[in-house]
Design a protein around this ligand. Structure first.
Ligand code: SF4
Length: 425
């Protein structure tokens, strides 16, 4: 069977669709780059914002328009809106998140352990979703209740994957030539808390670094309240990427309370100071929501000042999107869209400025870059682009294509499109 796979949203969705690809391949099926070639499609949906939910519906309709009559819809939007999902053209099966891990086994009538019988080296998904980095799912669900968050509703309680299962996926990725492993989850920092006796994410990272040899290991988003003092000791290992993505969401203590976030501006700032002291050159990036219900001009100004003071290396700004079923959606004082968007623009400008300042710090330095994309410029010239461990996007020219290679690059300039590097040969 020819299978087309598509995913919208977070790294966890990406990790899951790669796992589904691996299972279909193990069962002898082919993963194709376009729905126009496929007998079956699996679409991993998202509902973190209303836009993401709309993109998910569009992906399903597109697969059907390209000729697929057998579409399996899974993921967060499909989990929370199963009836609406089943009404979309071509959808023959809706698989809620808790059943996603056995989606391929159930469809193919195979026992779940069939896929554990033989290791299969990771192969990047063909087509648009080709990635050098392997996203590895280590945890799912969340026991927190941030009032804006629909993910915790769509993904259920926090649950961790055992060390051995994660190790097997990491080995499969490294066997497939992956240079960078990215650990991901809904609430990554909660890994191990549901075990008896409980464990910490630091235990998993130490085990991975001790028992496998990833050229690079990166951690995806971490909630600020999960990181204890010892956590930063892990960075004595040079294979751990100097990048921490810590969602702030708001720099106003009052807004953080209305969001039910387990942190405060003071605690967050102290954490960032500790991280910078422990990990020289670390990139701290973040997520912020503007226009949260009731957000006053004064509260927004607190957030803007706080963000400027913390000098983030970058981040994402989301304009608040009311998600059905969340406590925040029922709150009073929803902000007019134009006001919220204007606040988002001011925050993005502040993050762009501090991001450029962070990048300028590295001009003149030589850092390893993992090439992720390569395109021909001329008969003898190629444009290559990739990321350093501290999440600097670098482009350079080369005499031959380069993909999925870690190479030393001298950072020579910063222009409007980012950092320019020179290959050290
Ligand atoms: S920590 Fe908060 S924002 Fe993150 S998944 Fe859990 S409830 Fe959602």
């Amino acid at each position: 069977m020819k299978v087309y796979l598509d995913t919208i949203g977070c790294r966890l969705n990406q990790a899951e669709i790669e796992q589904i690809a691996r299972q279909f391949r193990l069962a002898g099926h082919e993963i194709v780059p376009s729905a126009s070639e496929a007998d079956l499609a699996v679409v991993n949906t998202c509902t973190v914002t209303s836009e993401a939910a709309a993109d998910s519906r569009a992906a399903i309709r597109r697969a059907n328009r390209l000729g697929v009559e057998q579409i399996i819809a899974t993921g967060c939007w499909a989990t929370l809106e199963p009836d609406k999902t089943a009404e979309l053209p071509g959808v023959t099966r809706v698989v809620p998140n808790p059943e996603k891990d056995s989606l391929a086994a159930d469809l193919l009538g195979l026992p779940g352990e069939f896929f554990d019988l033989e290791p299969l080296a990771r192969q990047p998904l063909p087509g648009l979703r080709t990635r050098t980095r392997a996203f590895i799912k280590v945890q799912d669900g969340c026991n927190n209740a941030c009032t804006f968050c629909i993910t915790t509703l769509a993904r259920g309680d926090s649950r961790s994957r055992p060390v051995e299962a994660v190790l097997a996926d990491v080995k499969s990725a490294l066997d497939g030539g992956t240079q960078e492993i990215v650990l991901t989850g809904v609430h990554l920092g909660a890994w191990g808390q549901d075990f008896t006796p409980s464990q910490r994410l630091a235990d998993l990272v130490s085990a991975l670094l001790a028992r496998t040899a990833p050229p690079r290991l990166r951690l995806s988003s971490l909630e600020p309240w999960d990181l204890d003092a010892e956590f930063f000791g892990l960075w004595s290992n040079p294979h751990l990427c100097r990048h921490l993505h810590l969602p702030l969401q708001s720099g106003s203590a009052a807004v953080l309370r209305r969001m039910a976030r387990k942190t405060s501006p003071e605690a967050f700032a102290a954490l960032v100071r500790r991280a910078r002291a422990a990990i020289p050159g670390v990139a701290i990036t973040t997520d912020i929501i503007t226009g949260f219900p009731g957000e006053t001009e004064a509260e927004f100004a607190e957030t803007l000042d706080f963000v400027k003071a913390l000098e983030f290396a970058g981040g994402h700004v989301f304009t608040y999107s009311a998600r059905p079923g969340t406590p925040a959606a029922r709150m009073k004082g929803h902000i007019r869209g134009d006001i919220a968007k204007a606040r988002s623009a001011r925050l993005r400008a502040a993050l762009a400025e501090s991001g450029a300042a962070y990048r300028r710090l590295f001009i003149g330095q030589t850092l390893p870059v993992l090439w992720e994309s390569t395109s021909q410029l001329s008969d003898s010239g190629w444009k290559v682009e990739g990321l350093t461990d501290n999440y600097l996007r670098v482009r350079a020219t080369a005499t031959e294509p380069r993909w999925n290679r870690l190479e030393a690059v001298k950072l020579i300039n910063l222009d409007g499109n980012g950092l320019v590097g020179e290959l050290i040969t």
